[in-house]
Design a protein around this ligand. Structure first.
Ligand code: AKG
Ligand code: FE2
Length: 188
């Protein structure tokens, strides 16, 4: 499901603005960390070039966002019976020219991430800037959707059903990304 930026009923503009300020402050304060790949958690920029910061509710806008997300989780459980019981979110900033190669959001044998969420925090994103999210069918061949990371555009998809990649962009690309999870009770 892709919600276009202009009429996003899920996230208020003031909250998007505050989240944008927050990720910008993290970047300026060198508080973003290089994202790692694979179960060995290695940095491989050719696969994944972003820098991230997990939301821990330290800023008021993070608390507000997490509250909104709690509401979505309750609603997803009520209307779609997804059995979600946990969530995790991080800011991500891809440098100019950096992307994320084709991947799945769950490691093999693990399907605790149920629903992937992304909202984009890029003011003035123009056609030709790149940075599209490409979503594929589970054969990893058939392209299903190409989403430009425009301000406030918001995407949800089932984490175990859609392999995807992020194309390089001509300028830095910012997002808030997260997962609604069904954690095994013994893992808590
Ligand atoms: O930013 C995006 O469009 C997708 C990011 C992504 O695939 C991920 O963080 O796993
Ligand atoms: Fe992903």
């Amino acid at each position: 499901m892709v919600l276009p930026d202009e009429h996003n009923p899920l996230l208020e503009q003031t909250l998007l603005q505050a989240l944008y300020q927050d990720i910008s402050c993290h970047y300026q304060a060198n508080a973003l960390e290089e994202a790692k790949v694979g179960q060995a958690r290695q940095r491989v920029e050719s696969i994944r070039a972003d820098e991230i910061a997990w939301l821990e509710g330290k800023a008021i806008c993070q608390q507000q966002f997490l509250q909104v997300a709690e509401g979505w989780m309750a609603e997803f459980n009520r209307s779609l019976f997804l059995g979600l019981n946990a969530m995790e979110f991080h800011y991500a900033r891809y440098p100019e020219g950096g992307g994320y190669a084709l991947h799945w959001d769950n490691f093999q044998g693990n399907n605790q991430r149920i629903l992937t969420f992304i909202t984009y925090l890029n003011p003035d994103w123009q056609p030709g800037d790149g940075g599209e999210l490409l979503l594929y069918a589970d054969d990893e061949q058939q392209l299903l959707a190409s989403v430009a990371p425009r301000w406030g555009t918001t995407v949800f998809f089932l984490s175990s059903d859609f392999p995807h990649q992020v194309l390089p962009a001509v300028k830095p690309r910012r997002s808030l990304t997260g997962w609604f999870r069904r954690n095994h009770p013994l893992d808590w």
